[in-house]
Design a protein around this ligand. Structure first.
Ligand SMILES: Nc1ncnc2c1ncn2[C@@H]1O[C@H](COP(=O)(O)OP(=O)(O)O)[C@@H](O)[C@H]1O
Ligand SMILES: [Mg+2]
Length: 241
């Protein structure tokens, strides 16, 4: 996926300002930056949940910001997980995970259940397949949300601060899954406040400030030896010590 010159405004407020971003297959791009810097807006634009005011987004060489493109077609290939788990409360874990594969991707109930059950076991949720979300911990619910996103075999996974609402002791089990996905070549764009995690899994880190990408590069540059004063200042604020 590639975004070029993306601009997004709300009223007279510029929220994304000339943002360009290339995500190759297998890349893990981490978006960092203060609250309000535009990370969620960028992810929502990439998923076509928001229209950009200017700029172009291409996916596999096709311009998906072309008004003739149906956003639902594009979203079929993209999985997105948010800070709040957003599971359907009235459906079992399994039903949460098979809904989109069946309704959106036309998979048979049997195939959808086989794939979901396999992923739920792989991610340590095998005992919870038939439970409702409210019986699970926040960490377990967020792991289900990840499995649900993976059940549609997305080409790109967008993760928006998926551990931000979790109790600290539950963060690790969710990050472990994302780490595993990074290790198996899943293409991801991840907005995160977890700097240690970003340093470990990111192939590239983008630091956003006021809707602009101020600095981007490998984590060893951006997080360890940043070139920009604004990046240094941000890291001083968020890193312990
Ligand atoms: N729907 C909206 N209407 C108006 N302003 C918005 C809307 N969504 C986000 N914003 C503003 O856009 C800016 C960037 O927000 P956001 O992308 O959520 O940042 P981040 O995810 O980095 O915290 C903020 O100033 C926010 O208030
Ligand atoms: Mg956000």
């Amino acid at each position: 996926m590639e975004g070029r010159g993306l601009r997004k405004t709300y009223g007279d407020r510029v929220v994304l300002d000339d943002v360009s971003l290339t995500v190759h297959a297998g890349d893990v791009v981490c978006l960092i930056g203060s609250s309000g810097s535009g990370k969620s807006t960028l992810l929502r634009c990439l998923d076509l949940l928001e229209d950009v005011d200017d700029g172009v987004i291409e996916m596999e060489g096709r311009e998906i910001t072309d008004p003739r493109v149906d956003p639902r077609d594009v979203r079929r290939d993209i999985g997105m997980v948010f800070q709040a788990y957003n599971l359907f409360p009235h459906l079992s874990v399994l039903a949460n995970c098979t809904l989109a594969p069946r309704k959106v991707h036309g998979m048979s109930a049997r195939d959808a259940e086989r794939r979901a059950t396999d992923l739920l076991h792989r991610f340590g949720l095998g005992d919870h397949v038939h439970k409702h979300p409210d019986r699970l911990s926040g960490g377990q619910q967020q792991r289900v949300a990840l499995v649900r996103a993976l059940c549609t075999e997305p080409k790109l996974l967008l993760l928006d601060e998926i551990t931000a609402a979790l109790d600290p002791e539950l963060v690790g089990e969710v990050l472990d899954i994302v780490r595993g996905l990074a290790g198996t070549g899943t293409t991801m764009v991840i907005a995160t406040h977890e700097m240690g995690f970003a340093r470990e899994v990111a192939s590239r880190v983008c630091f956003l400030d006021g809707g602009r990408i101020v600095e981007h590069g490998p984590p060893a540059q951006v997080l360890v030896e940043p070139r920009e004063e604004r990046t240094r200042e941000f890291l001083r604020r968020v890193l312990p010590g």
